[in-house]
Structures are given as C-alpha cells and as structure tokens.
Design a binder for this molecule. Structure first.
Ligand code: NAD
Length: 507
C-alpha cells in the first residue's frame, strides 16, 4: 500500500455533492506522527448546518426512502458494505494517517468490522419487527392492533477523533437501515475519512440521505443539537461534552444516544493463566496508544502474585515498538495531538505526585523522523490506589494503573467505585467464578479472558456516566425508530361500544 497522500482540500458533503463552506474558510488536518499538514477541510458553520439539515429533511420527506421495503433496504446496506470494501485501501490510509491508528489495526480490524456491520445490518433489517400484530384485546372489545416501528427523521451524529470512521458507521448503519437521514459532524482532527465514507455511501443512497459538516463543536455541533428539524443526536465523545449535549438537546426534547468515557476495570484472579492475562491486559490498555474509550486502564491484581505480574507486565511492555502508524512493525502509534500529549504527560506527573510507583515509560517516546510528532512511551504505574486521580479520571493515553487487592470482593468493590461503567474484564481459569463476577460488575460489557472484543451483533454502550442507550447489533435499530400503535375497532354498532357508554350512559 502506498503511504504517499498529497495535501487535498475537502469541501463539505451536502445533498450528495461537495460544497464549499459558506464562510470559505478551511482548517488544517495533520499527521500526528510528524505534525505535517495532510489535508485542508472546509470549516462549516451554523449556516452550513441549516443547509445540510434541510437537505436531510427533504430526503426524509421522500416516501420512497422512508417507506422502502426491508428487502430493498437490505440490498442497499449490502451495496454500502461492498462499496466500503472496494474503497477499503483509500479509507484505511486516510483513517490511519489522520487518527494515528496503526495500519495493522485500521487495515486488519476496523475496515473489516465496517463491511461486516453493513452486511449484518442487511440481515437484521429483514428480521426487524417493523410491524407487529397484537393479540385480540380482552377489553374493551374486538379490535385489530398493530405496533409499527417508524424512523425518527433527521438524525445528527457527532463523532470523536479516536476511531472516527468505525464509530461513524455505528450511527450511519442503524440510521439508514431504519429509513432515517443523517448529518454527521466529525471531530476536527479527523474529518477526512468520514467525508470520503459519505461520498462512497452516497453512490447507493438518494441525495441528502447522508451529509457531513466538519467544523467546531461549539458551533457546528451545537447548531445540530439545537436544530428544530433534528430529531435525534447520536454522540460519541467525552462525558463532559455528553452532559452538555444532553442539556442542549432537552430544549427541543430530542432523542439522544450517548457513548461516553470510561475507566474500565480489569481483574486478574489468582488462578489466571498469566501467559494469557499479561499480553491480554496490555492489549486491553495499549491498543491505539490507550485512546480507546473501553481500554482496561485499571488493572486489579491479587497481592499474592502482584510483584510477579508487575515484572512480567514491564518486561513485555518494553518489547512494544512505538512508531509511525503506517509502519507495519509499529505496535503503538502516536497520540492524536500536542494537546492530548500534554494532557497525558501531565497525568503522569500527577501519578508520581500522588505517590504511585512509575515502573515503566513515563515520558515522550523518541521516534526517528517523528520529532514533531506526539509519541508517548507505554507507561505503567504500580501501587496505585483506587482513589488516586490517575485511577479515577480518564487519561485517554497509554497509561496503566495497577492496583493491589486481597479479596475478590474488595476488587469488585473498587472496580465499581467509579463514575464510569463502559467495559470490564476478568482473567481466570474458573468460568463459574467469572460469571459470578460478571453479574456484580456495573458495566456494559464484561470480557472473560479477553479484551476489545466488540461484535457487530452485540450491543455496545455504557452503564452510569459512560452513556445512554446502545449501539451495534439489532439493538441499535431500536435507538433509531419510534413506536406507533394503530388501533382498528371491529365493532361497528355504536350501542355495542362499551367504552362509548362511559360518556353516553343511556346508550
Ligand atoms: P470530545 O467530547 O471532545 O468531542 C467529541 C465530538 O464532540 C467532536 O466531534 C467535537 O467537535 C464535538 N463537540 C465538542 N464540543 C461540543 C459541543 N459543545 N456541542 C456539540 N459537539 C461538541 O471527545 P474527543 O476528545 O473527540 O474523544 C475522546 C472521548 O471520546 C473520550 O472521552 C472517549 O472515552 C470518548 N469515546 C467514547 C466512545 C464510546 O463508544 N463510549 C468511543 C470513543 C471515544
């Protein structure tokens, strides 16, 4: 795969066309490995959001799209999957180059997940109960009753920079599968893969069904969240911004799905197979330089094996190659920006000041040719206590906190002692014990002897302040539909209507 991409300018994608922003302004997108500008992107504004929402609204009002049969819609979803596969190489390169995701991950996982998601959606849409018939009512008299699941209308998708393209598809696929239209606001660090994805999808859907308006969260994002013609907001990002979006969406009582932050607990039990648990726990925290919402950032280890586990974690971490994301030998790529790098380094300083023991990493990583990039050594703190800031706040970088415990109950209590509840994990040879712990953990997913295993047919989302609602799987279709009850009375004589008698006692 070629790794050369010229600096290209991208316009907004509205109504099936590339259009410049109304202000004519653009912003730069950089490669986080070396700080060079790799693209210029039109900077959207409120005016552009209005245009995109109008286009999406007109597309939704077109009954041909909204009322398409599930079979025809399944064909479209399949075609989208095929188109993504056809353009896979370009999408992977754009995503890796701008997000810092390694080619190994984006090309070996994300793009395959995206194709599979649309293929699975094509199946779900055929099986989804768009119309259900209810049984004969006991009261007040014979009737036919249906429950219909109908699309919501124009949906807004607001996405983060860490896995921008994959996360966008978690919103696009269910929205389109159920007959909605969508306006996407990608994060400003990483808009180009989403723009390209929209162009590819628009080849098989009517104009206006999918639109992308990059630009600042405070203007483009908030204009979408408060727009009277937007019926739903699907947001993935920080808990802080999620809170604001929920508040703003309340002004027009919008439906919201929020996929927010995490501080996921990972519990190694005494009987765990450490040959599996050690690489598995490092995979759980250092993939994508720790910039994954469901990373296992708090590792709970029994006192009895604590020192051995720390030694093994450190030894294996030292073998990880930090480097350019397009280098196939790289395990850990750059973090997204100078600002993110500064935040992570400042958390590392906080950890030291709080009394945690730095046993690995802890500073900028030196990468040849990456002097202007944003690299951080995979970092491990031992002797962390669960009340420390580094154990409670989301760092969103390659930093692992290892916490001691004596009893499993104590580990579970600490695991749940967080405002978050996105993911969790247990390493043990005793599956029954693992299920018992899984029941007690307050999180949207529990991985047993594994990590990061999302499936396109399983729900994903958070407990507590990690979010509201679920994405992925058939469950995500519920989040993009609303229920309508249709009642037809089968009693035609007014005098036999028992309910009417409540108002007309004399019959
Ligand atoms: P962020 O919250 O800063 O930004 C997310 C998106 O919201 C961006 O597009 C941004 O421009 C936009 N935005 C910012 N302010 C806004 C506002 N006032 N109104 C509307 N939109 C606004 O998050 P980020 O830094 O891009 O991503 C990292 C965060 O995302 C982490 O907290 C991570 O845990 C979370 N995340 C969660 C999941 C999940 O599925 N739960 C997945 C990935 C990332």
């Amino acid at each position: 795969m070629s790794t050369q991409v010229g600096v290209q300018t991208y316009d907004l994608f509205i109504n099936g066309e590339w259009v410049p922003s109304s202000s004519g302004e653009t912003f730069d997108v950089i490669n986080p490995s070396n700080g060079t500008v790799v693209a210029k992107v039109a900077k959207g504004s409120k005016e552009d959001v209005d245009k995109a929402v109008e286009a999406a609204h007109a597309a939704f009002e077109n009954a041909e799209w909204r009322e398409m049969s599930p079979n025809d819609r399944a064909d479209i979803l399949f075609a989208i999957g095929n188109n993504i596969a056809k353009h896979g190489q370009e999408l992977v390169l754009l995503e890796a180059l701008t997000s810092g995701g390694t080619l190994r991950r984006v090309g070996g996982n994300d793009i395959l997940m995206m194709v599979d998601l649309f293929q699975q959606m094509a199946k779900f849409v055929k099986e989804y109960p768009f119309s259900e018939t209810l049984p004969e009512p006991m009261f007040p008299g014979p009737a036919h009753n249906f429950v219909w699941r109908e699309p919501l209308g124009v949906c807004a998708a607001i996405t983060p920079w860490n896995m921008p393209m994959l996360i966008a598809t978690w919103k696009i696929a269910p929205a389109l599968a159920t007959g909605n239209t969508i306006v996407i606001k990608p994060a400003s660090n990483t808009p180009v893969s989403t723009l390209k994805l929209a162009e590819i999808i628009s080849e098989v859907v009517p104009p206006g069904v999918i639109n992308v308006v990059p630009g600042p969260g405070g203007e483009v994002g908030e204009s979408l969240v408060t727009h009277p013609k937007v019926e739903k907001v699907g947001f993935t990002g920080s808990t802080e911004v999620g809170r604001r979006i929920m508040m703003l969406a309340s002004s027009t009582v919008k439906n919201v799905t929020l996929e927010l932050g995490g501080k996921s607990p990972n519990i190694i039990l005494e009987d765990a197979d450490l040959d599996l648990a050690i690489p598995g726990s490092l995979f759980g925290v250092f993939l994508h330089a720790g910039q994954l919402c469901e990373s296992g950032t708090r590792l709970f280890v029994p006192n009895s094996i604590y020192d051995d586990v720390i030694d093994r974690l450190v030894a294996l971490t030292k073998t990880l190659k930090v480097g350019h994301q397009l280098d196939m030998n790289t395990s850990v790529g750059p973090v997204i920006s100078q600002a993110q790098k500064d935040t992570i380094l400042s958390y590392i300083e906080t950890g030291k000041a709080e009394g945690a023991r730095l046993v690995c990493g802890g500073k900028e990583a030196e990468v040849k040719g990456g002097e202007n990039g944003f690299f951080i050594e995979p970092t491990i703190f031992a002797d962390v206590t669960n009340d420390m800031k580094i154990a409670q706040e989301e760092i969103f970088g390659p930093v692992l906190s290892v916490i001691r415990y004596d009893t499993v109950d104590e580990a579970i209590e600490m695991a749940n002692d967080t405002i978050y509840g996105l993911a969790s994990g247990v390493w043990t040879r005793d599956v029954n014990k693992a299920y018992e712990i899984a029941r007690k953990i307050k999180a949207g997913v529990v991985w047993i002897n594994d990590w990061h295993m999302l499936r396109n047919d399983a729900p994903f989302g958070g407990y507590k302040q990690s979010g509201i609602g679920r994405e992925m799987g058939k469950y995500s279709l519920d989040a993009y539909t609303q229920l309508k009850h249709v009642h037809t009375s089968m009693v035609h004589e007014p005098e036999k209507r028992r309910a009417f008698g409540i108002l007309f006692p004399e019959g």
